[in-house]
Design a protein around this ligand. Structure first.
Ligand code: IMP
Length: 201
């Protein structure tokens, strides 16, 4: 059984402002005070593992050791079937050194066209890891199924949101109200598991 989080202050082991914002929205109902790795000026470790959970654990371990606080990290990405699961764990790097997601979305559309495969199916995957300074660890993986649309639609959210339309919905994450995205996203799915295991009695 996973350890319960009783501390009120934690560090969110991410320098991605969009992710930190969404994680804070999801943590707020639990009365947790979350400071970000950027606020504490923590170094960003290289993501050297070959899985979402492996990279999430690596980031949370580094932040817990450096801050002395329980650390929550998110490693996430978009897996596209026509690209055999790419960009996957490389989703941030796929958008180039400047993390230009307009470029990343155009690259995705181009490579899907070049693949010659008709399927548009894809999923967002999110691994959340919670690591305490004494080395106790818990990790969870969530996902949301959908399709890649072209051209991009909407200016909300972040990253690849404008090209991802979740299954059963007419609009993309980029067009969706943030509360609606929080109700169905890969991050929300992983959070539900973390809350059940570590935040509720
Ligand atoms: P990393 O987990 O920091 O390595 O980066 C994950 C990357 O996946 C982000 O930079 C985004 O490009 C993408 N990503 C993860 N979650 C989302 C999401 O909810 N919406 C859009 N893009 C996402």
């Amino acid at each position: 059984m996973a350890r319960r989080l009783t501390e009120k202050k934690i560090v969110v082991a991410s320098h991605n402002a969009g992710k930190v914002r969404e994680i804070n929205d999801l943590l707020r109902p639990f009365g947790l005070q979350a400071v970000s790795a950027s606020e504490l000026d923590l170094p960003e470790p290289d993501e050297t593992e070959d899985s979402f959970i492996g990279n999430a654990l690596l980031k949370a371990r580094a932040a817990a050791v450096a801050s002395g606080l329980p650390a929550l990290s998110d490693d996430s990405g978009l897996a596209v079937d026509a690209l055999d699961g790419a960009p996957g764990i490389h989703s941030a790097r796929y958008a180039g050194p400047d993390r230009d997601f307009r470029f990343g979305m155009e690259r995705l559309n181009r490579e899907m066209g070049e693949s010659g495969r008709p399927e548009r199916s894809a999923r967002f995957i999110c691994a959340l890891a919670l690591v305490w300074p004494d080395g106790t660890e818990a990790a969870f993986e969530g996902r949301v199924e959908g399709e890649i649309v072209w051209p991009p639609r909407g200016t909300r959210g972040f990253g690849y949101d404008p090209v991802f339309r979740p299954a059963g919905h007419a609009i993309t994450f980029g067009e969706m109200d943030p509360d609606a995205k929080h109700g169905m996203s890969h991050r929300a799915d992983a959070f539900r598991q973390l809350i059940a295991a570590c935040l509720t009695d």
